[in-house]
Write a protein that binds this ligand. Structure first.
Ligand SMILES: *[C@@H]1O[C@H](CO)[C@@H](O)[C@H](O)[C@H]1NC(C)=O
Ligand SMILES: *[C@@H]1O[C@H](CO)[C@@H](O)[C@H](O)[C@H]1NC(C)=O
Ligand SMILES: *[C@@H]1O[C@H](CO)[C@@H](O)[C@H](O)[C@H]1NC(C)=O
Ligand SMILES: *[C@@H]1O[C@H](CO)[C@@H](O)[C@H](O)[C@H]1NC(C)=O
Ligand SMILES: *[C@@H]1O[C@H](CO)[C@@H](O)[C@H](O)[C@H]1NC(C)=O
Length: 952
């Protein structure tokens, strides 16, 4: 068992902006009771930031496909379905076929015919009471048709929910409808959210006029992944004896024993389902557990979904993470560990473990196993399912009615009406005083343009006995789903208060804390801007905004709080103009012919084949075994960075045990395809990412190890990496200076530069551009860079990682403006955007790409991967696991296309043709008389107009 896997698998997903708090939930549910304390939200955030590095996550818990409809395609007859006051029968395609372009020839599909209908509401129904919960969003996807003598031309087909209550009247919830013409299958698509908990929930399809037959081929309803129970359907399961009905046959212990049980702990532990469960016992290592060999059953490049029920037992451990892991051996005996799923298991109940995986290469051996709890604690397993993942239809583009862009949703924001609309969260005191700025905070001004002045009134909050106490408002009814809100305010510490103190605009969205912007205040002498953004993507029951953060006893003031919907399209128009202005160049093609014949008047067609602006992606060793990945990558990117393969813990997991093989193989692929590469990273200052042997070194040995790392790596790859991230995330960690003193960072830069002067030495950090992390504000980043430069460090570039949520252009741009004053090139080094809705994800990416292209300081954009299941953040992929380009991917390709310049016209009387275009490679076609000549040329980057001689 390699230590390597131990290291990777202990690193889990970070939730950047969201924290859950039961306490907050209580406050939300009982908002009038002000005595309920909230934990310090800001400290909660710190835990997330410092413990979990953002760009190094190997566990991918992608959205699982849980179709809550039983027998969704009638493969099991009419089981689970019920015809309401009418009749239903099944037919196979050979009996009643009509135009069905998507009919899969290898799989004959049945469909249901609902007939003898004499009311429009009669149709086919299924009881889904136990499979839905309130608050979750469900997507309905059905394939329907109509037939029958009484059908005119077309008919409406409607999806409806019937909600029954013991205490009140039955309600009907319209979900969606579609118009279906004769002889055609249509998709019926829609979403619903239950706002309460009915006693019975029935889904049904209805609609056509009496006498018309309703045809249904399939019905799927997918929950949004977190709460939806996965139906335990054994169909397609490749695990043998999954429920231990055949004892522990086909199972074995990985470094431990396994046993069969019908109960444990004096009957306290009973099977989740069926009669038996199994335990992995006498475990002496965290990686010991129960396993099954599934070699030969997994096809490469197919996505599999995994579901299990797990629990822990014994050794006084009440809660521990339990993980499903795949051990894969390649044909060359190369071993790989793939994290599939990770859940917090307890000793008191079964929890569901679920995840997805995909193998890029052809494995010779594959074993799935459970691991995680401390030695001595048993892992219990009841049922394991591994099957080819169902495809989930993507959510439709959200429809936003009356977004009211730019309208402040805060009531009595300017406090002209006392504290009306506001309440103190906790037993603090709110008073309205005067003396605050009368202009809007800059980021709000940038978005909103000219605005009437603020009132000069502010809220002074005193008598705070907890960090979370401050002024608050309920904004539940004002927040629209999927709309990006910009947050902006002035804040200041109260008289006599001393810093540093954080002030945070917090959103309580049901039980979750969402960060709407955060700033660190060091003095009480002046007003500071706090800005940020947020978005809600799931119907909340309650949304509260509250301003919190300073230590208990510290009073603070708030003025001009603005929360408003952002119109991204309006800004895009400005950014497009700006991009044309700063990125394009005037080009004159000067034609000459060898025989001095005239080509005056000839038709010219100029076509750009490639834009040379650096747009790159993160890739990893396993990705390049997948030829589909490679083809998308080399077609669409001209730069690369390796996810982990160059990191110190990867190249030297144990001291002296060097591994450059993975990096070499990636580098070869890039070189062969003319792709430039960033070196990420030589060191990483966040302690949790430092490998054990390095942590154990004394000062002297650590100094030597650092020297060896630098010489080893930079000599090995001299001239091959164009950039190096010298010491990653120095605003979020200080492992090296803590041990070796403040000069150690500058020394790393100096040595690296001496060893490979051809590479640009970068700083690289996260949450620089979004306003939500006071530790990495643009000002702090600038101070750090100037400090390094002062100490002689040859800092040549600024890396902004760009793992962003709900980006707002002007907020990002203002960070770029400030950093841009240093005159160093800025790169987005690890950009990704996460949203379950692909359209929203596409919009976020577009915001970031457009801001970057339109800003003169930005010289390159790297995205942090694009393939589902191979990204560090969930719901951020551009290409689905099995190779289908999704909406976010399509948007990216559209933008790339927009950034190719084309022109056409005629050669003028001085044999020239002028146009304005992006740097890159071009093709020009000149048509004169019957001759057509094609030439290639290159436009280099530059400010001056360029003359390109084209000779024939
Ligand atoms: C599963 O276990 C049964 C019972 O021991 C055995 O007959 C069968 O061969 C096993 N299957 C595999 C693929 O090992
Ligand atoms: C478990 O904890 C209880 C109470 O904390 C203690 O009495 C008992 O000795 C512990 N058992 C083990 C095996 O550590
Ligand atoms: C506020 O509550 C704290 C305890 O939660 C208490 O110590 C303090 O006296 C209260 N202050 C006021 C003004 O009621
Ligand atoms: C303050 O807000 C009120 C409405 O809430 C508005 O009538 C008034 O004009 C505003 N005053 C200023 C100075 O913005
Ligand atoms: C609240 O603070 C103010 C001054 O900041 C003080 O005068 C007042 O007595 C305090 N009230 C309570 C209940 O502590």
């Amino acid at each position: 068992m390699g230590n390597l896997s131990a290291f990777f698998l202990t690193i889990f997903k970070r939730h950047k902006k969201i924290n859950t708090s039961e306490r907050l939930k209580e406050v939300m549910e009982n908002q009038s009771s002000m005595e309920i304390p909230l934990p310090s939200m800001i400290n909660g955030n710190d835990v997330f930031h410092s413990q979990i590095p953002p760009d190094d996550l190997n566990i991918s818990k992608s959205k699982l496909t849980c179709n809550i409809i039983h027998n969704h395609n009638f493969s099991n007859g009419l089981h689970s379905w019920h015809a309401n006051c009418c009749d239903v029968f099944l037919v196979s395609p050979s009996v009643e076929t009509f135009d069905d372009h998507t009919q899969n020839p290898c799989k004959k599909k049945h469909h249901a015919v609902i007939t003898n209908r004499n009311q429009h509401w009669q149709g086919l129904e299924q009881d889904i009471t136990t499979r839905v919960s309130s608050g979750s969003t469900y997507t309905v996807f059905a394939r329907v048709g109509v037939s029958g003598m009484h059908l005119e031309k077309e008919a409406n087909v409607i999806a409806t929910l019937k909600l029954e209550y013991q205490q009140s009247e039955t309600k009907y919830l319209f979900i969606t409808k579609t118009t279906v013409s004769k002889e055609k299958w249509e998709d019926l698509e829609g979403t619903f959210v239950l706002s309460d908990k009915p006693d019975r929930v029935v889904f049904y399809i209805e609609g056509p006029a009496p006498g018309v037959n309703l045809l249904i081929e399939s019905v799927s309803i997918f929950g949004d992944g977190e709460i939806a129970p996965c139906v335990y359907n054994q169909e397609g399961n490749i695990i043998l004896n999954p429920e231990f009905e055949d004892g522990v046959n086909n199972w074995s212990g990985r470094g431990c024993k396994i046993a069969l049980h019908d109960s444990m702990g004096d009957g306290k532990v009973l099977p989740k389902s069926g009669k038996f469960f199994a335990s992995a016992t006498e475990r002496t290592q965290y990686w010991n557990g129960i396993q099954q060999d599934i070699s030969g059953k997994i096809q490469r490049k197919l996505a599999y979904q995994v579901t299990a029920f797990v629990r822990i037992f014994g050794n006084n451990v009440t809660s521990s993470s339990v993980r499903a892991t795949l051990w894969v051996q390649g044909p060359d005996s190369h071993e790989q560990y793939i994290g599939i799923a990770n859940s917090q298991a307890t000793d008191s109940d079964w929890v569901q473990l679920q995840g997805k995986f995909l193998l890029n290469g052809s494995p010779s051996k594959v074993v799935i196993y459970l691991e995680g709890p401390p030695p001595g604690t048993d892992i219990l397993l009841d049922g394991l399912m591994v099957k080819h993942a169902e495809k989930i239809p993507p959510s439709p583009r959200p429809v936003i009615e009356n977004p009211e862009y730019g309208v402040n949703i805060i009531a009595n924001s300017n406090l002209s009406d006392g504290t009306n609309g506001w309440f103190p969260l906790g037993n603090c005191t709110l008073n309205v005083v005067t003396g605050s700025p009368r202009i809007l905070p800059p980021a709000a001004r940038d978005t909103l343009g000219p605005h009437e002045p603020l009132s000069g009134h502010c809220i002074h909050t005193t008598n705070r006995t907890q960090t979370w106490m401050g002024p608050a408002q309920m904004i539940t009814d004002k927040v629209k789903l999927f709309v990006t809100y910009q947050v902006s305010a002035w804040v200041r510490l109260g008289p006599g208060a001393t810093g540093p103190q954080n002030v945070n605009i917090a959103l309580g969205v049901d039980s979750q804390w969402v960060n709407g912007g955060q700033v660190e205040l060091n003095d009480a002498d002046r007003w500071h801007e706090v800005c940020g953004s947020f978005r809600v993507e799931k119907q909340p029951a309650k949304v509260m905004v509250y301003i919190q953060g300073p230590a208990a006893g510290i009073s603070f003031m708030l003025a001009g709080l603005q929360i408003f919907a952002v119109d991204r399209q309006a800004r895009f128009r400005h950014l497009k103009r700006q991009t044309d202005k700063i990125r394009k160049r005037d080009v004159t093609l000067k034609f000459s012919t060898s025989d001095s014949s005239s080509i005056h008047g000839a038709t010219v067609i100029v076509k750009q084949t490639q834009n040379s602006f650096p747009i790159g992606s993160c890739i990893s060793r396993s990705n390049i075994d997948n030829e589909d990945f490679v083809s998308f990558f080399i077609k669409n990117f001209n730069w690369a960075v390796f996810g982990n393969e160059l990191k110190w813990y990867w190249t030297e997991p144990q001291q002296g045990n060097l591994n450059y093989k993975d990096a070499d193989e990636l580098l070869k692929l890039c070189n062969d395809n003319n792709i430039m590469v960033r070196g990420h990273c030589i060191f990483w200052d966040v302690e949790s990412t430092v490998q054990d042997w390095v942590k154990k070194l004394n000062k002297q040995d650590l100094t030597t190890a650092i020297q060896n790392r630098l010489t080893g790596l930079l000599n090995q790859y001299k001239g091959r990496f164009k950039h190096y991230d010298v010491n990653n995330e120095m605003l979020h960690g200080s492992f090296y200076p803590d041990r070796l003193g403040p000069g150690s960072r500058a020394d790393m830069f100096k040595t690296a530069n001496r060893l490979d002067p051809s590479a640009t030495m970068f700083v690289n950090d996260y949450h620089i551009e979004d306003g939500c992390d006071p530790r990495s504000s643009p000002e702090k980043y600038m101070t750090q860079i100037l400090d390094l430069v002062q100490q002689g460090a040859p800092v040549g570039g600024i890396g902004i990682q760009g793992h962003i949520d709900s980006p707002v252009g002007p907020v990002v741009c203002s960070a770029l403006d400030r950093l841009g004053t240093l005159g160093l090139p800025i790169w987005f080094t690890e950009l990704d955007a996460s949203s379950v809705n692909e359209y929203v994800r596409a919009d976020d990416l577009e915001v970031m790409f457009r801001e970057a292209l339109a800003h003169p300081a930005v010289e390159g954009i790297m995205i942090w991967g694009f393939w589902e299941l191979f990204m560090s953040r969930e719901n951020s992929h551009l290409v689905n696991a099995e190779g289908e380009i999704n909406e976010a991917g399509n948007r990216f390709l559209e933008l790339k296309k927009e950034w190719l310049s084309h022109a056409h016209g005629h050669v003028d009387d001085v044999s020239e043709f002028g146009f304005r275009g992006f740097p890159g490679t071009y093709e020009v076609v000149v048509v004169t008389g019957s001759k057509k000549i094609v030439k290639k040329f290159v436009v280099e980057k530059g400010d001056l107009s360029l003359v390109v001689p084209i000779e024939f």
